[in-house]
Design a protein around this ligand. Structure first.
Ligand code: HOZ
Length: 426
């Protein structure tokens, strides 16, 4: 038995399922999780010393690869001054100013500690601003685990074997309306049936928690129009796409401007951070200026801010990093597409920029229903093969692959060799 197995046996005695977040339990790939101990560049190493090429990248933030030295040194320097003050600090102003200076649709921003918190707070602000209660979300989109958002959810809930979470009251979700991703008409129908009652539409501008599902041309633009006509706010959940598809996230990438945006881990360079921001008149609803209450002792924590601003500054000054990341991503996804064709694999590869998912289904994946049609047993076999051959993927059909700019040509080539070996074995 390896050290990972030993640790897992111990972990399940003290932590539900042995993990602090369900997806990483490996439950749906029929294995016990690998416990990781360190990571550098594109590589991650488990407690048994096995090295893998990592395509989780901490679920997105490690866009420069793991253990970026500039980020680490700023974090270490910040630690010397104390870990947390629970007071206002200069670095919070630096981070907020940097974001507002460089993201045109963010005029004010509030730091929180996770994407879940960011969404929960943004929804409250939208309700406070519009004086309305209903929210439209899309099936298969995941916006964190707050009660109101645990309806037709993607990510771990898709593989948990229950339709949605127990413990969420009907009251908590009665104002959550669900539309079909990439189906504008389904959203328009909700607007017609709930005229004057919808506060906001929240969407992952690229679905990335039911596997990667890109928006069809016109989908995001159509949502913008629906919101404008219905006097509702458009919220982009950019926890995954923010600062990844482009510095300005999916909003910049697709040229559609949301009223509010939520960010997650990438804004803290891997530290526990989230944020929400948007137009000044909306953000001025937030306490202590306005009547929408939201607070957090550790929000804007100086260590997280040090990591965050350093990563954002590097990202901004090396804007051609996005070009480079896209070239590497195209090498991976483009060649995977060729291999699928060459070996006549009945699979779908969806990808946008550095995000991608190989779906084990013959039908095009455009929404929750088509994503769920995937053969998760076949995915599990693929996952195990890849892991055994040194490639660390997200342990679920319904998560994304994340590349970093440290996934250079040789790393991609090594990955493609393993993908080809898997296809050959079929
Ligand atoms: N879908 C999640 C990231 N957006 C998976 C991470 C987790 O639940 O631990």
């Amino acid at each position: 038995m390896g050290r990972s197995e030993e640790l897992f046996k111990e972990a399940v005695r003290y932590i539900p399922g042995g993990v602090n977040s369900p997806v990483r339990a490996y439950g749906n790939v029929g294995m016990t999780p690998r416990f990781m101990q360190e990571a550098t560049g594109p590589y991650i190493v488990d407690v048994d010393g096995n090295r893998y090429i990592d395509y989780i990248c901490s679920w997105g933030p490690m866009i420069f690869g793991h253990a970026n030295q500039e980020v680490l040194s700023k974090v270490v320097a910040a630690c010397q001054h104390g870990l947390s003050f629970g007071t206002a600090t200069e670095i919070e102003v630096d981070v907020a100013k940097f974001i507002c200076d460089h993201i045109p649709h963010v005029e004010m921003v509030r730091m929180v500690n996770s994407g879940t918190e960011a969404v929960m707070s943004a929804l409250r602000v939208a309700r406070g601003f519009t004086g309305r209660e209903k929210i439209v979300k899309f099936a298969g989109c995941y916006h964190g685990h707050s009660d109101a958002m645990l309806v037709s959810v993607g990510s771990g809930v898709m593989t948990a074997g229950v339709p949605d979470s127990l413990g969420v009251t009907k009251g908590a979700t009665k104002d959550t309306l669900t539309a079909t991703y990439n189906d504008l008409e389904s959203a328009a129908d909700l607007f017609s049936a709930n005229e004057g009652e919808i506060a906001a539409v929240i969407v992952e501008p690229v679905g990335a928690n039911m596997g990667v599902v890109p928006p069809k041309p016109g989908f995001l633009e159509g949502l913008r129009k629906l919101c404008d006509e219905g006097n509702a706010l458009l919220i982009f959940d950019e926890v995954i796409t923010g600062f990844r598809l482009a510095f300005g996230g999916a909003a910049e990438y697709y040229g559609v401007t949301p009223d509010l945006v939520t960010y997650g881990k990438i804004i803290g360079g891997g530290m526990p951070v989230g944020a929400y921001g948007g137009r000044r008149e909306i953000m001025e609803m937030v306490s202590p200026v306005g009547g929408v209450y939201q607070a957090g002792t550790l929000s804007g924590n100086p260590i997280a801010m040090a990591a965050g601003i350093t990563q954002l500054q590097i990202l901004h000054r090396s804007k051609d990093m996005y070009t480079r990341l896209n070239v590497l991503s195209q090498q991976l996804y483009g060649e995977m597409e060729q291999l699928i064709e060459q070996y006549h694999m009945p699979y779908q590869l969806n990808h946008v920029g550095s995000l991608g998912s190989l779906f084990f289904t013959e039908q095009e994946v455009i929404d929750y229903g088509s994503a769920k049609a995937s053969d998760t047993v076949a995915f599990a076999e693929y996952f195990r093969f890849m892991l055994e051959h040194g490639i660390h993927l997200a342990p679920s059909q319904f998560e994304a692959m994340f590349l970093s700019c440290m996934h250079e040509e040789d790393v991609i080539a090594e990955t493609l060799n393993v993908v080809e070996a898997f296809f050959k074995s079929k």
